[in-house]
Design a protein around this ligand. Sequence first.
Ligand code: MG
Length: 287
Amino acid sequence: MKSMMKKSLVIVSVLAVAAGAAQHITDEPVIKKWTEKDNNGKNIEYMTIDGIKVHETDETKQPQPKIVTPGQPSRGDQAGSAPSDAVVLFDGTEESMYKNWTDTKGNRTKWKFVNGAMESVKKAGYIQTKEKFGSCQFHIEWASPSEVKGSGQGRGNSGVFLMGYEIQVLDSYNNKTYPDGQAGAVYGRKKPAVNASRGPGQWQTYDIIFHRPIFDEQGKVVKKGTFTVFHNGVLIHDHYQITGGTSWRGPHSVSEYKPHPDTLPIQLQDHGNPVRFRNIWIRELDD
Ligand code: MG
């Protein structure tokens, strides 16, 4: 399944016109065009994209897309379901919570299972997937506490970490904070385009398309990571290129890029507030 979804990256060494010219990675399609005469002598234009003719119907050359049964959308308190080809990371059962998630040391998490949701527990630390992932489509639903406590970063704070890059989870409904730290922000890097938050206690969704950064052997970024994010169905990041890490380095600074493996566990943050999560699934993508 994974291999069918993978498309190989092309690594192109750019001619070293200047000393130190770096490797560049491109996934630009190769387009070829030509003209042939048909039986009536009329010129017909042909075009191939990555070697496949436009409007090709021969399935040996252009296979039909694999059939995926879509999941059901969530409605209020009723959690939705994953598409048929997704890896389900949490389906609302206690079994799937402990089967797929641990603390950061690989031990049983101290987070709580409450009414079909995983709830963060103060001082329990982050929770993370046993399985490791890279580039992906990721769906998660979360709810900040219905009882509003605290303000700014102290209200309903958690976070979704894909390879260590945080999409902030925060109760940002009538709760101002620095914009690059509100709900949906790429923490410290990019504010969401709009604030699509629902009120405290209500279920909210993130649909994230993440392309991991790629590092060369020296640990230098040769392709930056990107985030496309929908918050409650509203686009808040459109193929945003991550300019570095999102870890706290002080009140006005976040971490630089640091090389990491091609896949890592997905983590959810314990920031001291009881935030709940449900209906979590992932589809692995090409880099
Ligand atoms: Mg956070």
